[in-house]
Write a protein that binds this ligand. Structure first.
Ligand SMILES: Cc1cc2nc3c(=O)[nH]c(=O)nc-3n(C[C@H](O)[C@H](O)[C@H](O)COP(=O)(O)OP(=O)(O)OC[C@H]3O[C@@H](n4cnc5c(N)ncnc54)[C@H](O)[C@@H]3O)c2cc1C
Length: 282
């Protein structure tokens, strides 16, 4: 399929990009990052923007820096760069699981988070890490936590006149981390994926976070599992019991890959495996 006709601009500054979003709002503009979600939608005519504003030449949107225990990642940083940056820990592991080298070289963290596909890998990572994003628009800058960013299927709190400029992830020093992604063919999107973070205090679980992809219209935290483990003993039996609640309060859609029941089963099994790995029990 060929996309509908559109205009194209490649601004060199953030102000210019934000200015174009506002001044040409009547053309239904869309920001273009790696294009690996937007262009397929345009080819299917599910998105028909009249103007593409390419962010590739905008200065200041690339790179990874550590500042006061937080990773600051520019929105235009490609998945491949995250995957190569082993110092990022779980974020590097998760990015390395995305599709194939071509997708990882083009797709960006900002594009993935702004797109808000619950089956994608990075939204649940942001949720598990209690990370945040910085949005810049005509009236200034605002920070949004992961819980506020994802609103519904492919819908995020990024306004039409805003650019997602930066992602902030806590460095998670002292946490054990694991990512389990179940797909039918390697390099596919997750049927279900689980990010598990565990902070041990001897044989006890001081803190824990579990985030699950593709179990609803947005990425979800497995709150019942977390509550069952937090503050209690950290062993295989406790994890199995807690993980049996990982699908509680979820309403996963059935799709070509799995029924809703099978996804619930996967959420429980993947949570147990990820938690055991994060707890250092495997
Ligand atoms: C074959 C294939 C397989 C894939 N497999 C996976 C997979 O296994 N796991 C996975 O997670 N993803 C997968 N993806 C998706 C891939 O990671 C995308 O690149 C990503 O979801 C979107 O990033 P992008 O930079 O390409 O964004 P784009 O496609 O350029 O943009 C996506 C949306 O976000 C908006 N946007 C982009 N950047 C910004 C910004 N800075 N501020 C505000 N809005 C912005 C755009 O306007 C658009 O609406 C796959 C894609 C393909 C084509």
């Amino acid at each position: 399929m060929i996309p509908a006709e559109f205009e194209y601009e490649a601004p060199e500054s953030l102000d210019e990009a934000i200015g174009l979003l506002s001044s040409r709002a009547d053309e239904d503009p869309k920001l273009l990052a790696g294009g690996h979600s937007l262009i397929p939608l345009m080819k299917l005519r599910l998105a028909t923007p009249g103007l593409l504003i390419d962010l590739r030449r905008v200065a200041g949107l690339h790179g990874i820096q550590r500042e006061n225990g937080t990773w600051r990642i520019g929105a235009m940083t490609p998945h491949a760069e995250l995957a190569r940056s082993s110092e990022l820990g779980i974020a590097a592991t998760v990015a390395a699981s995305i599709a194939d080298p071509q997708v990882r070289n083009c797709g960006t963290i900002g594009g993935s988070l702004a797109h808000g596909d619950p089956a994608s890998d990075l939204p649940a990572l942001l949720l598990a890490c209690d990370g945040s994003v910085t949005l810049q628009g005509p009236s200034g800058q605002r920070a949004l936590g992961a819980g506020e960013l994802f609103q519904d299927y492919l819908q995020t709190a990024v306004s039409d006149d805003e650019v997602l400029t930066e992602v902030r992830l806590p460095a998670l020093d002292g946490w054990g981390c694991a990512y389990r992604k179940f797909n039918r063919r390697s390099e596919d999107w997750a049927v279900v994926a689980v990010t598990a973070l565990v902070k041990r205090d001897g044989d006890r679980c001081e803190d824990v976070r579990v985030a699950i992809s593709n179990m609803g219209s947005v990425p979800l935290r497995a709150h019942a599992t977390e509550q069952a483990l937090r503050g209690g003993p950290l062993n295989a039996d406790a994890i199995d019991a807690a993980a049996s609640q990982a699908a509680d309060a979820t309403d996963p859609p059935a799709d070509l890959n799995a029924s809703a029941d099978y996804k619930r089963h996967l959420a429980r099994v993947m949570s147990a495996r990820a938690l055991k790995e994060a707890a250092g029990l495997t």
